[in-house]
Design a protein around this ligand. Structure first.
Ligand SMILES: [Zn+2]
Length: 178
């Protein structure tokens, strides 16, 4: 009985630790990225998020591995940060651009007809291409959606972590008479 109880407690502790690790892994990379290089929204003016990020627990489950940003057909799509074009072309009939950034981060943009080619260096705000309509799940009255994705290695992350508003800077503490 005691041994069973101990095992059960150990398993619960392990599960909790795993949950905490997963949570930390999801939150940490964008914060790291934001501190090492500056990222910005890929559409200007700042777009509305019309479909949220939904990364399922397992790779084979349906989800939404990115966010959909409200745009318009023919709108310029901008690189979120400095990097190198990793891919510009079509995947399964969809026009896609992806950018490799320092720190192992890769952002993807679709459906976007590329104005850049693989291997090109881009800065934050460089025009990558032109937004096309027709992203699945993007419904009227929104005319076109930019699907914006983020990965570190093979792990999908929420790209909104890249453009999170910086924390309020605290004033230095002043001691009376100091
Ligand atoms: Zn999408």
């Amino acid at each position: 009985m005691t041994i069973c109880g101990a095992i059960a407690r150990a398993l619960t502790a392990a599960a909790t630790a795993a949950t905490l690790l997963t949570g930390a892994a999801l939150l940490a990379p964008p914060a790291d990225a934001a501190s090492t290089s500056a990222f910005d929204w890929p559409l200007h003016p700042r777009p509305r998020v019309v479909r949220a990020y939904d990364n399922p627990e397992h790779d084979w489950l349906p989800g939404h591995r990115g966010v959909d940003l409200e745009g318009a057909p023919d709108r310029a799509v901008l690189s979120a940060g400095t990097g190198v074009v990793a891919f510009a072309g079509t995947v399964a009939g969809k026009p896609v651009v992806s950018i490799d950034h320092p720190g192992g981060l890769r952002t993807t943009y679709e459906p976007v007809t590329a104005r850049v080619t693989a291997g090109m260096r881009v800065g934050r705000g460089t025009v990558l291409g032109i937004l096309e309509p027709g992203h699945p799940g993007c419904v009227a009255p929104v005319a076109a959606c930019l699907h914006w994705g983020l990965r570190r290695d093979r792990k999908y992350l929420n790209p909104l972590g890249l453009v999170r508003v910086a924390p309020v800077r605290l004033e230095p503490v002043r001691t009376p008479g100091g």
